[in-house]
Design a protein around this ligand. Structure first.
Ligand code: PGA
Length: 254
């Protein structure tokens, strides 16, 4: 199957409204002409509405970095998936390792969020990945299998095709240390096998599996050239228009 690669920039807790708009404006002319690739940007919550207005109807798909699993209610400080849809989001990143390690997110909570995102008519990007200690202890496949299986446990097969999974080894995030294309491909192939067992071969073939962790223009082409890597989730290199556009181009060409 020919999967359209998906590259999404995760802006994390960077850029207020005016800086976010400036980055979106700089990206639009670079991204619009590119074919054969889907492109997302995930600004902070406070910039979502303004950026959403700016990119509406363009090739830049508005994405959020997190959400709550309930649709509404007394959850001070939280934002629901339907509220994200309301401001124009298409995708929501769920279970990023920073959320898991710094904010106590669990596999069970991620599963509820994935289901809530789909229920709201949005698409989840479920993040999985092992720590350095887990890799050194040879537990990589076991850890990502647990995170993946749990994260997709409330998803029906007919909804799962459009769900995106991002493999992000924790030791490669923001460290400048990337998994080699071979290391990443090994995990991606494994994840696809697990998805086939859980949701069927058709779903496994259709689902996009992104790689994330110190992706740069220089290493993007080799990573995206792997058979089971369908684009990337980009942190640091997504904060500048030139470097992000170069990564998107690498996916478009691959
Ligand atoms: P990085 O972050 O590209 O800065 O390593 C990736 C991510 O956290 O999604």
């Amino acid at each position: 199957m020919n999967r359209v690669p998906f590259v999404c920039g995760n802006w994390k807790m960077h850029y207020g409204v005016s800086e976010a708009l400036a980055l979106a404006d700089a990206l639009l002319p670079m991204i619009e002409p590119l074919a054969g690739v889907e492109v997302g940007i995930a600004p902070t919550y406070t910039a979502l509405h303004a950026v959403g207005q700016r990119v509406k109807g363009t090739k830049l798909l508005l994405s959020a970095q997190n959400c709550h699993f309930e649709a509404q209610g007394a959850y001070t400080g939280e934002i629901s998936a339907s509220m994200l849809k309301d401001v124009g989001c298409h995708y929501v990143i769920i279970g990023h390792s920073e959320r898991r390690s710094l904010f106590g997110e669990t596999d069970e909570g991620c599963a509820k969020k994935v289901a809530a995102v789909l229920k709201a008519g949005l698409l989840p990007i479920l993040c999985v990945g092992e720590t350095l200690a887990e890799r050194d202890a040879n537990q990589t496949l076991e850890v990502v299998t647990r995170q993946l299986t749990a994260g997709l446990s409330e998803v029906a097969a007919d909804q799962a095709m459009t769900t995106v999974v991002a493999y992000e080894p924790v030791w490669a995030i923001g460290t400048g240390r990337t998994a080699t294309p071979t290391q990443a491909q090994e995990v991606h192939a494994h994840l696809r096998k697990v998805i086939a067992g859980q949701l069927g071969a058709g779903v496994a073939e259709a689902m996009r599996l992104q790689y994330g962790g110190s992706v740069k223009a220089e290493n993007a082409r080799d990573l995206f050239g792997q058979p089971d890597i369908d684009g990337g989730l980009i942190g640091g290199a997504a904060l500048k228009a030139d470097s992000f556009a170069a990564i998107v181009k690498a996916a478009a060409a691959g």
